[in-house]
Design a protein around this ligand. Structure first.
Ligand code: MLT
Length: 259
């Protein structure tokens, strides 16, 4: 396993907030947060290997090695203070890895549209098929298949321009980068046993129109993390930060101002 170097955005000033993007997007998905949160926080948003502007990993990577790369990135930026982590979906899976391996480096967690369970056997099989589809057919069919699940009905009905924007972002990634990310998610660990050990303030965010997050519902996650709050974002599908940026930014800002 390698620890690849990562392209990133470093914007704003204040306490560091690391933004971990969803699959199969890249760090440009955080544009509404760059605009709203950089006045209060130093935002650090990496691209995963082969997505956005990060080079492909020469070998398959795991979420654990990607967590190492995130910490190596912070070190290379001379950031030694504790950071807050905001991970959406795959970004949340990665945030669990960081919380497991580097608990002393974190002061707060925001877990958006994500969950701690590993994939089922069937889920892993579907990730393999996604990786194969990306490699063989490219990203357009994958984007078209995923978009109705990534964006909620309200967004699809009322913001067609956002559908086009997310599609363009997906197909701008490299095919192999998307395949590798899919396989890294398939191999991720079960983070349910980690939950009671998370001792930092944690905010859970979920959308009322999100069909993607199966398994343990946020209520159950909330009960197992000792210090946590759960907020539901109305009229949002999976990509909460893009679909309801006003509500999303307000919840994140208010939560971080209290920790
Ligand atoms: C994501 O948004 O990161 C993915 O949909 C997560 C997943 O497929 O489990």
């Amino acid at each position: 396993m390698s620890t690849p170097s990562l392209a990133f955005t470093d914007l704003g000033s204040g306490r560091p907030l690391v933004l971990l993007h969803a699959f199969p997007l890249n760090r440009r998905m955080w544009e509404p947060q760059f605009a709203a949160l950089a006045k209060d926080f130093r935002l650090i948003a990496p691209d995963y290997p082969g997505m956005g502007e990060s080079p492909l990993s020469p070998t398959p990577y795991s979420l654990e090695s990607l967590a190492d790369s995130i910490m190596a990135l912070l070190k290379s930026m001379d950031i030694s203070e504790k950071v807050s982590l905001l991970g959406l979906s795959m970004g949340g899976y990665l945030a669990f890895e960081v919380a497991r391996k580097y608990p002393g480096r974190l002061n707060a967690l925001i877990l958006a549209a994500t969950h701690p369970a590993p994939d089922s056997e069937q889920g892993r099989q579907a990730r393999q098929e996604t990786a194969e589809m990306a490699r063989k057919e490219g990203l357009e069919p994958l984007a078209d298949r995923m978009l109705p699940r990534l964006l909620g009905k309200t967004t699809r009905d009322t913001h067609p321009e956002l559908v086009g924007k997310v599609r363009a972002q997906i197909i701008s990634n490299s095919k192999e980068g998307v395949a590798q990310a899919s396989l890294a998610m398939a191999e991720r660990r079960d983070s349910i046993p980690l939950l009671p050990q998370i001792q930092i303030p944690t905010l859970l965010l979920s959308g009322t129109e999100d069909p993607i997050i199966p398994g343990m519902p946020p209520e159950a996650v909330q009960q197992q993390i000792p210090v946590s709050a759960w907020t539901v974002i109305e009229r949002s599908g999976h990509l909460l930060n893009l679909e309801q940026p006003g509500q999303f930014n307000r919840h994140v800002g208010e939560f971080l101002s209290r920790v």
